[in-house]
Design a protein around this ligand. Structure first.
Ligand code: PLP
Length: 447
């Protein structure tokens, strides 16, 4: 009613006066106010309902306000809000067990953090201490977080203003056939050439200086480029040959997003360290962490790990993780993500690609899809330049919102990343909106 609208206006005004937002020029912001959410939907400050095809920042994997998780957080709050990290606690022990049971191979010890970036920071620190080496290799077209080491490992423009030249990060090109750095014309060629390029990078940087290679199992914000199985297995083999630790960053791709518990399962590869956050609690309470293999765990059996944080394994977050994982298991949420991807999103996006000249490529798995928009399907000129936006791109996004869909976008791409719980009917409704909105983009296509 009128009260809600009035409150939303106050919220907006206070936000503009006092809230300093991530990654933004503060005076140029116009944030959407969100006053409520349930399942796959959110309500904005004008009382309008939008279908959340962004899962916020790709993390509400069980949808908004899942009753079992809300209740578990309430129960934990009533029982015991907090204990310091040096003590044992039921919620933390159980969360670590449930995560360790689902991570691949012998990744059976869990170090909890507050989010994804600090998970990456700690994974890198563990790899450095374990190997006694300093450099870390990561790919261009990646995102690993906003803190110092994580942002310098990141391969996108957000790194540039944060690079003071002392991070130890070295970037290489990963496989991405649609915009191949290797002039490849097939997936096999791209995989082989990208591996050869990485091999040369390792050789020329000096293998004995490299602590780790960190890769998103499937790069997320950078474009959901699914690497070839042979590539990921080749990276594992390369790491083994040179004593380099393989860190799989599953912050975005983990916890059901790709139709598996972890995206690394698509490649039958066991990393030495695995970072997670986001989906582990669906973001209801902030939580991240590192799953640690025995090999690296051994290093810290009798040598103190020089790192920690006040809220490591915070009971409210741990209780949210336990309830999230149990709900995902009980309700077949990972299987739902896989089925929706295979039966609804994938086929429909491929069909749309036939009709929309603005769609250059669609790719993805589960509820993790990218629609790459172009001005020209032959030259593949993107609808917005790398690192930027464009009036054409802004127009498509505005049209999605006007039609009731909250999209996730990066540069020239729209990502279809709804909750893993999305129903077939909701997925179809959202794709219908995207289909209509893309007519705006088609108008920008040359010829
Ligand atoms: N790693 C990946 C792959 C991510 O997608 C993100 C966030 O989007 C991060 C790390 C950083 O996580 P956080 O924002 O929780 O620090």
């Amino acid at each position: 009613g009128a009260d809600v609208l009035e409150d939303a206006r106050t919220t907006y005004e206070l936000d503009r006066r006092h809230v300093f937002h991530s990654w933004s020029a503060q005076a140029e912001l116009d944030p959407m106010t969100i006053v409520g959410a349930e399942g796959s939907y959110i309500w904005d400050g004008t009382g309008r309902r939008l279908l959340d095809f962004s899962s916020q920042l790709v993390y509400t994997n069980i949808g908004h306000q899942h009753p079992a998780v809300v209740e578990a957080i309430q129960r934990q709050a009533a029982d015991l809000c907090t204990v310091a990290p040096q003590h044992a606690n039921a919620a933390r022990s159980r969360a670590a067990q449930l995560i360790a049971e689902r991570t691949p191979g012998d990744l059976d010890q869990i170090f909890f953090t507050n989010g994804g970036a600090d998970a990456v920071e700690h994974a890198v620190r563990m790899a450095r201490l374990h190997t006694g080496r300093y450099k870390v290799l990561s790919r261009y077209r990646s995102y690993h977080g906003g803190t110092d080491t994580a942002i310098n490992l990141t391969g996108d423009p957000r790194r540039w203003p944060n690079d003071y030249g002392s991070s130890g990060a070295v970037h290489f090109f990963g496989p991405f056939l649609y915009r191949s750095a290797f002039h490849s014309t097939s997936e096999e060629e791209e995989s082989a050439r990208a591996l050869e390029h990485l091999e040369q990078t390792v050789r020329l940087e000096g293998p004995e200086t490299i602590a780790a290679i960190v890769l998103e199992s499937i790069p997320g914000t950078a474009g959901i480029m699914i690497p070839p199985v042979s590539y990921m297995q080749g990276v594992r083999e390369l790491c083994d040959r040179h004593g380099i630790m393989f860190i799989a960053d599953e912050v975005m791709a983990g916890f059901g997003r790709t139709g598996r518990w972890f995206a690394i399962e698509h490649f039958d590869v066991v990393p030495d360290l695995l970072t997670f956050a986001k989906g582990v609690t669906s973001g209801y309470v902030p939580l991240g962490g590192v799953a640690i293999s025995r090999r690296i765990g051994e290093t810290f059996d009798h040598r103190p790990y020089p790192g920690g944080l006040t809220y490591s394994g915070h009971p409210l977050a741990a209780a949210a993780a336990v309830a999230t994982i149990e709900a995902m298991e009980a309700e077949g949420i990972v299987e739902n993500a896989r089925r929706i991807g295979e039966e609804v999103i994938g086929p429909r996006l491929r069909e749309m690609q036939q009709r929309h000249p603005s769609i250059g490529e669609v790719r993805g798995a589960g509820v993790f899809w990218a629609v790459e928009l172009v001005k020209d399907p032959v030259t593949r000129e993107p609808l917005a330049p790398y690192g930027g936006s464009s009036p054409d791109m802004a127009a498509v996004l505005a049209e999605c919102k006007a039609l009731g869909l909250l999209p996730f976008a990066n540069f020239n791409r729209i990502h279809v990343v709804p909750p893993c719980t999305i129903t077939e009917a909701e997925a179809r409704a959202g794709l219908d909106i995207l289909d209509r909105a893309l007519e705006t983009a088609d108008a920008a296509v040359a010829g």
